[in-house]
Design a protein around this ligand. Structure first.
Ligand code: UD1
Length: 380
């Protein structure tokens, strides 16, 4: 496609789920410096609870979305289709010169598909930039993996966060000139808001002390939509408590996970775990504070593997694979799946000060959005 004659006046970012907001915030901030460019935020409404959405816009100092689609939850097909139907109307009216999408959620691929099917007068579709391109878990049972592969294939600009992203794209036949290694905008947000997070009172409110608690997050369907696996995870909590009764376990529960705990009637079992502190979903700053001061983190999230690497906090990932291998080779991440032996061997290493040393990956320096915006504004 030939975008040489395009003038970049209007850019739309499409976001929908919690991790999108942190990835977009620094890009929005940087685009604001260019007075001739209008940047509008479209929120699909994939995440809609105040604690999953509004609190992030407030804490990340983002303006209210210019356009809110209010799509909400549903099956993958329902959610993706509904976002596409609503977004097509927006794109036809707004006629953006470029659309930015982030990460790998259903809102990302839905927006990409809409852009790739709307033709401008010059015979081109709406150009798409994929921020956090090229990551691959090679596990096609993950809905996010399909979203990543498809979005990359319809994007014109592929911004990668780590070297593996670049390599994956090259080995899949993508053109070198469309790939840009700029770093991680989620880390831009983290770096930018760490000081502010220090003011959080979450440790006091939960009556916990620095380095005396494990932080848990869980929301992957493979872990929480499966009764046996969710049962295994509760057993892991119990064993953490048995091995180290002085370690608190802080578990902010994602709405999907809460739904499944109730569906599988696991409430009573969870309540028997000593030292377990359950909370609802937390805001960005409280969660940063909790991550930064945790003894270690147990998670199945993608972003948290990266954030803990930056913060140099040991991260035990309760998954069989990761699309973010740099967090293992250079960072603090250890892939444990639900293998109790591996989990407790790693915890032992942490407790005895023998946990691996880590470094911060290239370009995770707080300037990724700046690089991305510079490239976009110079290219088009
Ligand atoms: C989505 C993303 C996942 C990302 C995660 C971050 C997809 C396929 N998945 O997963 O990649 O890591 O967000 O959190 O896009 N719900 C609420 N309130 C909300 C949002 C959701 O109660 O504000 C409940 C609903 O019951 C919903 C369920 O959570 O059905 C799952 O939400 P959904 O957005 O479909 O997937 P997540 O598990 O959040």
């Amino acid at each position: 496609m030939n975008y040489k004659n395009l003038i970049l006046k209007k850019i739309l970012s499409v976001v929908g789920a919690r991790p999108n907001f942190m990835k977009m915030a620094p890009v929005h901030k940087d685009l604001k410096k260019y007075k001739k460019v209008i940047h509008k935020i479209v929120h699909t409404g994939q995440h809609y609870d105040k604690k999953m959405s509004d609190i992030f816009f407030n804490e990340l100092e983002l303006p209210k979305p210019n356009i809110y689609l209010g799509v909400g939850s549903g099956s993958h097909a329902e959610q993706t289709a509904q976002i596409m139907i609503e977004l097509e109307k927006v794109m036809l009216k707004e006629k953006p010169d470029l659309v930015l999408v982030y990460g790998d959620v259903n809102s990302t691929i839905a927006a990409g598909l809409v852009c790739s099917k709307i033709m401008n007068g010059d015979g081109n579709c709406i150009p798409l930039a994929h921020i956090e391109s090229g990551l691959r878990s090679n596990d096609r049972t993950m809905p996010e993996e399909i979203n990543r592969i498809l979005t990359d294939n319809i994007a014109e600009f592929l911004f990668v966060t780590e070297r593996s992203g670049y390599e994956n794209l090259i080995s899949s036949g993508f053109k070198r000139e469309n790939i840009y290694f700029c770093g991680n905008t989620m880390i831009d947000s983290l770096k930018g808001f760490l000081l502010k997070a220090d003011k959080s009172r979450i440790l006091k409110n939960l009556c916990i002390s620095e380095k005396k608690y494990a932080l848990i997050t869980l929301h992957r369907p493979s872990n929480v939509d499966d009764k046996d696996n969710l049962g295994k995870i509760i057993k892991i909590f119990k064993n953490i408590n048995k091995i180290n009764p002085n370690t608190d376990i802080v578990f902010p529960v994602h709405p999907r996970t809460l739904k499944m705990i109730d569906k599988f009637k696991l409430r009573k079992k969870i309540d028997t775990v000593k030292n377990l502190i359950l909370t609802g979903p937390l805001g960005y700053l409280d969660f940063l504070m909790l991550m930064k001061n945790a003894k270690y983190v147990l998670t199945d999230s993608g972003g948290i593997q990266e954030e803990t690497t930056y913060l140099k906090i040991p991260c035990l990932t309760l998954r069989e694979n990761t699309e973010r291998p740099i967090t293992i080779s250079e960072g603090t991440n250890v892939l444990c799946g639900l293998d109790e032996k591996k989990i407790f061997k790693t915890i032992k290493e942490i407790e005895s000060g023998k946990f691996k040393k880590s470094t911060i990956p290239k370009f995770w320096d707080g300037k990724s959005a700046e690089r991305i915006v510079k490239i976009l504004l110079s290219k088009i």
